[in-house]
Design a protein around this ligand. Sequence first.
Ligand code: FES
Length: 105
Amino acid sequence: MIILSEWVKACTVDQVKEGHLFGFVHGTKKILLANLKGKIHATDLICTHADADLSTGFLSEEGVRCPLHLSVFNLEDGKPQNLPAEIPLAVYNTKIDGNEIYVEV
Ligand code: FES
C-alpha cells in the first residue's frame, strides 16, 4: 500500500514566534507546531498518555511538556523523556515558504 503525504499550510511564521506553541487541525490530524530557538518542529498535538492538548503545555530546551501529567516529549523524535507517557508522538516534516509554515502530513 502506498501512503501519500501532502504539504499543508499550517499558519504564518508570525503565529509561532520563538518559544511559542501553536496547535492546528487538518482533517483528522491534530498537529502541534513548536518554535524552539528559531527552528520549527511539528508533532502530534494530543499527548500519547491521555487527552491533553500539548499547545497548552510548556516549551523548554528538552522539548514540550504536557500540561496534565508533565511528561516531556523530545521534538526531534517525539520520544517521551519521563513517565507517565511511554509512547512517542508522531513527528512531521516542516518547511517555510515566504511567510507561511507548511507541514507534511
Ligand atoms: S496526559 Fe500527557 S502526560 Fe498524562
